[in-house]
Design a binder for this molecule. Structure first.
Ligand SMILES: NC(=O)c1ccc[n+]([C@@H]2O[C@H](COP(=O)([O-])OP(=O)(O)OC[C@H]3O[C@@H](n4cnc5c(N)ncnc54)[C@H](O)[C@@H]3O)[C@@H](O)[C@H]2O)c1
Length: 257
């Protein structure tokens, strides 16, 4: 992490990637703004951090709501966010003909409008202090598509276009924005998908893992949470200060095909 960084704001901090990143950042001495739709899970993350001797503030946030994002950012001490992790997410798997329109909109609201609203809230302070690192959790689905994931793929592709634009708008400052694009990580989100994909495709859960999830990856392994934290550490470090607008694939070779 960067020596200028004191506060890190993590969305979706109550589970999976966001929780792991929050605990990791606290171990590096950062003050963690642990934000989640489910305040109770954000509070659990904050408690775990404090039990381990770190510092954190749990925040309730719905990243899809501008009023909620503004209310959460208003509670940040001194309004200071040095590192923003746009991580909150969810997945809904359905053939497009059956995809409920309101669910399609929910996915794009959380996965695309959410990062826009949080970036909008964090940028004025980052510009004023001339320092900021924004890391988005994109996905291998920011780069390629899979059937039945039209909303997720559209939103995660959109995140790359959004980041390129913000990189242009922040070029005059020591601010970067990048998107990590992992293939499957074993988190609650993926556990739920295994079950959903088995139903949609009419196959067993073991077959979903072997034939759908790991099949396209030459390395045939789930991505580890340690690989995500290592990439965030690098992107936030002084050595990555000119890396911006990039999509960093952690995909076990998937996109080599
Ligand atoms: N798990 C994977 O394999 C994988 C792969 C690639 C990308 N990702 C991305 O990583 C991110 C984290 O995924 P995860 O696997 O840790 O999922 P997860 O389900 O374990 O955690 C997601 C968290 O986001 C929160 N959240 C959902 N909607 C929200 C909202 N409107 N406002 C605020 N918080 C909200 C949930 O409450 C939950 O705590 C997501 O953006 C996901 O798309 C995950």
């Amino acid at each position: 992490m960067h020596p200028n960084a004191k506060n890190i704001f993590v969305t979706g901090a109550g589970s999976g990637v966001g929780k792991h990143l929050s605990l990791h950042a606290a171990r590096q001495g950062l003050f963690v703004l642990a934000a989640d739709l489910k305040l109770a899970t954000a509070a659990e993350t904050a408690q775990e951090i404090e039990r381990a001797g770190g510092k954190a503030l749990p925040l309730e946030i719905d990243v899809a709501s501008e009023a909620s994002v503004q209310a959460a950012f208003a509670r940040v001490p001194d309004g200071r966010v040095d590192i923003l992790i746009n991580n909150a997410g969810l997945q809904i798997v359905s053939a497009v003909e059956e995809f409920p329109a309101e669910k399609w909109k929910l996915l794009t609201d959380v996965l695309l409008v959410g990062p826009f609203l949080c970036t909008k809230a964090a940028l004025p302070g980052m510009k004023a202090r001339n320092f900021g690192r924004i890391v988005n959790l994109g996905s291998i689905h920011s780069l390629i598509a899979s059937p039945f994931k039209s909303a997720y793929v559209a939103a995660k592709h959109g995140l790359l276009g959004f980041s390129k634009t913000i990189a242009l708008e922040t070029g005059a400052h020591d601010i970067t924005i990048n998107t990590i694009c992992p293939s499957y990580i074993k988190t609650p989100l993926v556990e739920a998908q295994i079950a959903a994909q088995a139903k949609t495709n009419g196959i067993s859960e073991a077959e979903v893992v072997d034939k759908i999830m790991l099949q396209p990856m030459p390395k045939k392994a789930f991505i580890g949470l340690d690989e995500i934290t290592a990439t965030v550490d690098f992107l936030a470090s002084p050595g990555a200060r000119n890396i911006t607008a990039q999509a960093i694939a952690i995909d076990g070779g998937w996109t080599a095909r």
